[in-house]
Design a protein around this ligand. Structure first.
Ligand code: UDP
Length: 248
């Protein structure tokens, strides 16, 4: 956990924000839509401006998913490497958008590619955070058969983040799909074990277990409306908190 006190008005000082690739795809459902990235970058830059230390992990599902490619015959490990490279493209696009908002950002890839970005080295990431830069972790965990959710929990643990913010298209975890079940109830709070036992599929099991073992709360919120990140950081707006449950 970060030892510094949170900036005034913020619940957490150091945050790991997990963005899925689909958050960058917009209405097209595929690829990178710069008009969709811009408001997300604005929210990230505003949070950093407010004093939050921002670490980002970005997925690649808007470009390539290893599991889907393996289902149609591609070798799974090789397909996963393609997926991990997709996350680097997303990270570079996000870096450009955040810097356009006037905030310095660095991409650190778990798969070294020295002519494109820095390699992920924990000390370097911490140094960038100390200098007020947004750190974008790309390349997943660098291992096939994992996901960027697990990469997010891993980076949150090793970078001492106070919370893992999982940005989705809905404002929390519901008892059923709110798009098809209008009576679905949003949970304010769940325990890690509830999520694992009920197989709620918010993040993969490895990510939830890693967050649980390192006591990192997971906040599930919607990135769709502008300003939602700031609201979550101020303890406002709707979201679901996943933590150790009562007495946590
Ligand atoms: N991936 C991987 N190892 C990792 C992280 C990601 O092999 O540590 C691959 C995997 O093929 C995955 C793809 O990268 O399908 C994109 O990541 P993910 O599906 O987590 O992206 P998201 O759903 O968040 O957009």
């Amino acid at each position: 956990m970060a030892e510094t006190a949170p900036a005034k008005g913020l619940r957490f000082q150091r945050i790991l924000l997990k963005l899925s690739g689909e958050a960058l795809a917009g209405h097209k459902g595929y690829g990178i839509d710069l008009d969709v990235i811009a408001p997300i970058a604005r929210d990230v830059a505003a949070a950093a401006q407010a004093g939050a230390e921002m670490c980002l992990v970005i997925g690649g599902g808007n470009i390539f998913r290893g599991l889907m490619a393996s289902e149609v015959g591609m070798d799974r490990a090789r397909a996963d490497y393609v997926g991990m490279l997709a996350t680097v493209m997303n990270a570079l696009a996000l870096q450009a958008a955040i810097e356009r908002e006037g905030r310095p950002a660095r991409v650190l890839s778990a798969i070294p590619m020295p002519t494109v970005c820095e390699a992920y080295i924990r000390d370097k990431a911490l140094d960038h955070l100390d200098k007020g830069r947004v750190v974008i972790c790309a390349g997943g965990t660098s291992n096939p058969f994992f996901t960027t959710d697990t990469a997010a929990a891993l980076r949150a643990a090793e970078l001492g983040c106070d919370a893992l913010l999982k940005a989705t298209q809905v404002d929390g975890v519901y008892s059923a799909d709110p798009k098809t079940t209008p009576t679905a109830k949003r949970y304010d709070r769940l325990s890690y074990d509830d999520v694992l036992k009920q197989d709620l599929r918010i993040m993969d099991g490895a990510a939830i277990a890693l967050a649980r073992d390192n006591r990192i709360p997971i906040i599930v919120f919607s990135i769709k409306s502008q300003g939602s990140l700031a609201r979550v950081l101020q303890g406002k707006g709707s979201s679901t908190t996943i933590d150790g449950g009562r007495g946590a």
